[in-house]
Design a protein around this ligand. Structure first.
Ligand code: AMP
Ligand code: MG
Length: 498
């Protein structure tokens, strides 16, 4: 036996220093419990950009115990798994106590990008699982993983996804599927519903204040010395939520389940379930098959964001004191959202200056797109090649519209508007390509990755991930991922079942 074989260096994980600031809030806020791990777990995918954001080396997942930790079968020293309690309004109705029914907080890391919490989703039952089994299926796990990373690459505030593990463990949904776990990463997983819990379900002003102070201290430190810190917190969350809604609308993202327990106190996109990106433009598009009334339809999202902020304001009222102060904090929405949306739409049209009639120009295009069901992503991407030259051939974008005359009328207004700001076609094209993605996670792309993964082939998931990580790049060899949805995609139904 050769005793001189060098010892393997300790895995990177051994050097990670975990903190548990949320756990320090005390046990009114959570229940500590270990995950119920996946039997005979295997890796499904890892996100290198997410690992890089955490300061982990690209091969971090190859450390021998990483698979055990991220399939819920073990913890690294310093991790303290817990499920938090929250409440919420679901589909506009008070739902009472909810909580992390299948998510487990592992702890918090100090990373080059700031503090980041890690959470397993699908790690078994918790005291808050209600009727659920605490599991997540491979299908929904792949969707959450891909969309988290796609949204980050699009520049939309979001929780991230570090990795996915899977198992043959059967899980019953509409049919039998298999279990998986996605590891989510976020500066905080606190939701509006955490505050609602301590105002409505278990009224406890001390706990409410401790939670608000914790959020301010850890995530809104500039508000620490504000004379009215809780109203200031509400106003800041209002602004962030308003700009998030503008981001969603501008990129054609539909969340699908904008319940108050799915609203991040940091204004991040959180809880990817029956989400969808617009294909053919329909402002009334409902991405969630379980949303029978269309409460969360695309065009309604900004109003729902505002409604949800009212629920947060009500939850914070015991701390804010004056109802007028709470209402004043919410006022920020009425200016922040329209301004943020118009700024994004101007950028999508390649406009650098502002004119009073820009709103009408934007609406004019959206009306044409809705009337002719033009593809949202493809229309804006092709508009980047719009030429202002006299008698230019703009057929690539024009051909997306059935009513060519109506499009031409809009296009001539657009061309005049561009000429007034001396727009240079090539420069504008580059600018527009940097804000109008070529690649978004359309349902049929996720579905193809899921079908392959069910057969044990995860290469399509990784290939799609790589494409979505560069959504604004031309990537000509990946053109198929930027195409119109195939006919079979019309029959895809995405519901709350995950
Ligand atoms: P969602 O609509 O996915 O945000 O979930 C709403 C609530 O139901 C949350 O409290 C979840 O933790 C819980 N939940 C959803 N699915 C499950 C499941 N399979 N097992 C346990 N709890 C679940
Ligand atoms: Mg949720």
């Amino acid at each position: 036996m050769d005793l001189d074989v060098p010892l393997r260096p300790p895995p990177a994980s051994a050097q990670l220093r975990w903190r548990n600031r949320f756990a320090a809030l005390g046990d009114r806020f959570f229940t500590e419990l270990p995950a119920a791990g996946l039997p005979q777990a295997h890796w499904v995918a890892v996100s290198e950009p997410c690992a890089a954001e955490l300061g982990l080396p690209p091969d971090w997942w190859q450390s021998p115990d990483a698979l055990q930790v991220f399939s819920g079968n073990g913890v690294w020293p310093g991790m303290r798994p817990l499920a938090s309690v929250y409440s919420g309004h679901q589909f506009g109705v008070w739902a009472g106590q909810l909580g992390d029914g299948r998510a487990l907080w592992l702890g918090e890391l100090d990373t080059p990008s700031g503090p980041r919490e890690l959470q397993l989703k699908g790690g078994g039952k918790t005291p808050y699982s209600r009727m659920g089994d605490g599991r997540a299926v491979l299908r929904s796990t792949i969707r959450e993983f891909l969309c988290s990373e796609a949204m980050a690459a699009l520049g939309v505030p979001t929780t991230r996804a570090l990795c996915m593990t899977g198992s043959a463990l059967p899980v019953r949904r509409e049919e039998i599927e298999t279990a998986a776990i996605v590891t989510r990463v976020s500066p905080s997983f606190i939701r509006f519903g955490h505050f609602e819990h301590f105002t409505h379900t278990e009224p406890d002003e001390q706990a409410l204040r401790a939670l608000a102070d914790f959020v301010i201290d850890a995530h809104y430190p500039a508000l620490r010395d504000d004379p009215s810190p809780y109203a200031a917190l509400l106003e800041e969350v209002t602004r962030r939520t308003a700009t998030l809604m503008a981001d969603w609308q501008a990129v054609g993202f539909c969340h699908g389940v904008m319940n108050t327990d799915n609203m991040s106190i940091l204004g991040l996109t959180i809880d990817y379930g029956p989400f969808g990106f617009l294909d053919a433009f329909d402002p009334g598009h409902i991405c969630n098959h379980s949303d029978h009334s269309g409460r969360y339809a695309y065009a309604r999202q900004p109003n729902v964001g505002y409604w949800n902020l009212h629920a947060l304001a009500t939850a914070l009222l015991p701390l804010i004191g004056e109802q007028d102060a709470a209402l004043a904090a919410l006022e920020a929405y009425k200016t922040t959202f329209p301004e943020a949306l118009l700024a994004r739409m101007r950028a999508k049209l390649g406009l650098r200056t502002t004119e009073a009639a820009d709103n009408e120009l934007v609406d004019g295009l959206l009306q044409r797109m809705a009337a002719d069901r033009a593809d949202f992503t493809i229309t804006f991407r092709r508009l980047g090649r719009f030429s202002t030259a006299p008698a230019a051939d703009n057929s690539a974008v024009r051909d997306l519209f059935l009513d060519r005359e109506a499009f031409d009328a809009w296009a001539s207004r657009y061309a005049e508007r561009l000429r007034r700001e001396n727009s240079h076609d090539a420069e504008r094209a580059a600018r527009m390509d940097a804000v109008n993605p070529k690649f978004v996670l359309r349902n049929h792309l996720a579905e193809a990755a899921i079908r392959a993964a069910r057969d044990g082939d995860f290469t399509e998931t990784m290939r799609l991930l790589k494409v979505l990580q560069r959504p604004f790049d031309e990537q000509p060899e990946q053109a198929a991922y930027a195409d119109f949805p195939p006919d079979w995609a019309q029959h895809l139904e995405v519901s709350c079942s995950s």
